[in-house]
Design a protein around this ligand. Structure first.
Ligand SMILES: NC(=O)c1ccc[n+]([C@@H]2O[C@H](COP(=O)([O-])OP(=O)(O)OC[C@H]3O[C@@H](n4cnc5c(N)ncnc54)[C@H](OP(=O)(O)O)[C@@H]3O)[C@@H](O)[C@H]2O)c1
Length: 287
């Protein structure tokens, strides 16, 4: 089995399959990430907001895996500029993430939410990229309008946009727009965190049976075939291994067409353009 990768617009190679650590309690994260690294994952996705960067860093250190064999992503939360400069505070927030991770650089640094003064945040990220402290920079949860605006008014374009993408919210047209603009799509919530009874969906189940694969494997394979980077989360080592074992089968055109029928075209969580959520997330503080 070969772990495939994509080449970002700035030439950086990114493993197409990684491991996400959202909602893993800090006390459980080190052991969980160590298990994921044992299974073979070399791409880890965390965020300042997940409050578990230290544990991710401890697992990396304990693994002894050479740094250049790993791909580590973390994210900048919305900055509120107590010092008066969002750019300076973004830099400080990055320094804190790097210290918690115990690393000298990250492979990918993302603006976590499309809210607040993202232009000042982006200037800080551009500088980090130029200094080699973030090999690639990108965004998350940006709808196409915000993404294009950010690209058109800055020096460096985001290499990645990490957005909710799963069989019930497939984002084909968003992916096409990103591709046109040189932005790699990355899926969060590939299993919709279990919503819509995804793990007992009859369409996905029948496709899985025909390949001797689970529904989780079908979903991940479907994303990888679409060239969507994906970072499933599990606290169970058997599931980590299952989710990693997706490179030995191919979905047929007919099966891809069947999966296309599951798309509802809307988020199963919330729309990042919804005013209540803009206010709620904007009020959340992360150091
Ligand atoms: N940028 C953002 O705003 C954003 C938002 C959300 C997530 N993310 C990133 O995306 C990653 C993945 O998304 P997610 O964690 O929200 O959700 P997810 O990967 O769609 O779903 C995780 C859920 O699926 C279960 N699961 C995993 N593998 C399974 C399998 N093979 N069979 C059955 N159940 C399985 C897990 O349970 P167990 O753990 O009990 O196995 C967990 O309840 C996150 O960890 C995070 O890194 C980013």
């Amino acid at each position: 089995m070969t772990l495939q990768s994509v080449t970002l617009s700035n030439g950086v190679e990114m493993p197409i399959l990684g491991f996400g650590v959202f909602q893993i309690p800090p006390g459980q994260t080190q052991a969980t990430v160590e298990a994921a690294l044992e299974v073979g994952y070399r791409h880890l996705d965390t965020a300042a907001a997940y409050q578990n960067e230290e544990a991710v860093g401890a697992a990396i250190a304990a693994s002894g895996i050479p740094r250049d064999e790993l791909f580590v992503t973390t994210k900048l939360w919305i900055q509120h500029a107590p010092t008066g400069s969002v750019e300076d505070d973004s830099r400080r927030s990055f320094d804190n993430s790097l210290r918690r991770l115990g690393l000298d650089y990250v492979d990918l640094y993302l603006i976590h939410q499309p809210f607040g003064d993202v232009y000042s945040e982006w200037r800080a990220l551009q500088q980090l990229n130029k200094e080699g402290l973030a090999r690639a920079i990108g965004v998350s949860n940006f709808y196409p309008d915000r993404l294009v605006d950010l690209i058109d008014h800055n020096e460096i374009a985001p290499t990645v946009n990490q957005v909710e993408t799963h069989p019930f919210f497939q984002r084909e047209s968003d992916q096409a727009l990103m591709k046109e603009r040189g932005v790699q799509i990355e899926s969060w919530g590939p299993f919709a965190e279990g919503r819509n009874n995804i793990f007992s969906d009859p369409v996905l189940g029948a496709i899985g049976e025909s390949h001797g694969k689970s529904i989780a494997q079908v979903v991940l394979r479907w994303l990888v075939q679409r060239e969507v980077v994906v970072i499933p989360k599990s606290v169970r080592k058997d599931r980590m291994a299952e989710n990693f074992d997706i490179f030995d089968f191919t979905l047929t055109d007919d099966q891809l067409a069947q999966i296309a029928t599951l798309d509802t075209g809307v988020s199963l969580f919330f729309d990042h353009r919804e005013p209540t959520m803009v206010g709620r997330l904007g009020g959340h503080r992360v150091s």
